[in-house]
Design a protein around this ligand. Structure first.
Ligand SMILES: *Cc1c(COP(=O)(O)O)cnc(C)c1O
Length: 327
């Protein structure tokens, strides 16, 4: 794999830990966790890895401002704001309440909590919109910045393009260097860059384990297409001659049906189980959903008892402190 230009601000390698109490509580396979909730900058998470490469590209492009979009509790936006502060970019965030919370838009704006509170603390400029208007407002804001004489750089939704996804191909290499070879890697998947990078890294390095994405908000078919497309774009960018088909991308979408950001009893159970057996914090939107999927799969005997399973923790814990999740 070619090495892309990188700014160095993540705490890497992130630790791999065993989860013996959780394994015992579930009577399941041996469980590990890869602590990408501990990437260091601004409370960490998976987007920090991507941003090391995206902001390097922004700097090479001569940008002075980065702009991206997400939900009001977006971890991606919070990590972008922190990384921009650290590396000297002005940061503009286009935010919206997710569909399930549209009725609370005014309250959310005027009572920032969780990730949104941190966006403000990191000095990001926030522009509010609605989910359907996201791409239009993003493009419009980009043009406004340009005509105001700034040099904006657009970071895609979730940091998921061939540059951001490359960070997760390198992350799979990092896991290999830690001498860990799980039979399964289970990871929350949404904009697809994380899973695409892991799948690409696995294929290019001959890693035998399977990468299983737990969809947070999309149907399996849509996510498989997106991940395969992104993995192929990233492969070409890194000079790897390989092609992945959507059918080779492993996705479970059974747990995404309640909608983005909606906490159900399954997420609550997973949050409490991880906290009480291992002192490990999940986030209500992404990793609790993925962990609920993992727990469900273990209960269905999806994994062989002799197999090892690594839960790739993608972060998000500041959302635990969002006002809407307090009950
Ligand atoms: C963004 C995010 C994900 C999903 O990663 P993608 O690369 O968008 O698929 C998973 N977990 C957390 C905590 C996230 O913030």
């Amino acid at each position: 794999m070619n090495e892309l230009p990188r700014l160095d601000f993540a705490h890497l390698p992130t630790p791999v830990e065993m989860l013996p109490n959780l394994s015992a509580a579930l009577g399941g396979p041996e469980l590990f966790v890869k602590r990408d909730d501990q990437t260091g900058l601004g409370l960490g998470g998976n987007k920090t890895r991507k941003l090391e490469y995206l902001l390097a590209d922004a700097r090479l492009a001569g940008a002075d401002t980065v702009i991206t979009a997400g939900a009001d509790q977006s971890n991606h936006c919070r990590q972008t704001a922190a990384a921009a502060a650290r590396t000297g970019f002005h940061c503009v965030l286009v935010l919206y309440p997710p569909a399930a919370f549209a009725g609370q838009a005014e309250h959310i704006r005027t009572h920032p909590s969780g990730n949104l509170l941190l966006d403000h603390l990191f000095g990001a400029e926030v522009i509010w919109t609605e989910p359907e208007e996201r791409d239009r407002v993003l493009a419009q804001t980009f043009e406004h910045l340009q005509s105001a004489g700034q040099k904006p750089y657009l970071i895609p939704y979730g940091g998921s393009n061939k540059i951001g996804a490359a960070a997760y191909a390198y992350a799979l290499r990092e896991l290999r260097q830690q001498q860990v070879s799980p039979d399964w890697v289970v990871v929350a998947s949404s904009s697809g860059g994380t899973q695409a990078g892991l799948v690409l890294g696995a294929r290019s390095l001959g890693f035998q384990g399977k990468i299983l994405g737990i969809s947070v908000d999309e149907s399996a078919g849509v996510l498989q297409e997106r991940v395969a497309w992104l993995a192929n774009e990233t492969a070409a960018h890194l000079g790897e001659e390989l092609v992945l088909q959507p059918g080779e991308i492993l996705v479970r979408d059974k747990y995404s049906r309640s909608g983005y950001g909606v906490v159900t009893p399954a997420e609550r159970e997973a949050l409490a189980l991880f906290a009480r057996t291992e002192g490990l914090l999940l986030d209500p939107v992404y990793t609790a959903r993925a962990a609920a999927g993992l727990v469900d799969l273990i209960r269905q005997d999806f994994f062989e008892p002799s197999q090892t399973v690594l839960f790739w923790h993608t972060g998000g814990t500041p959302a635990l402190f969002a006002e809407r999740y307090q009950e």
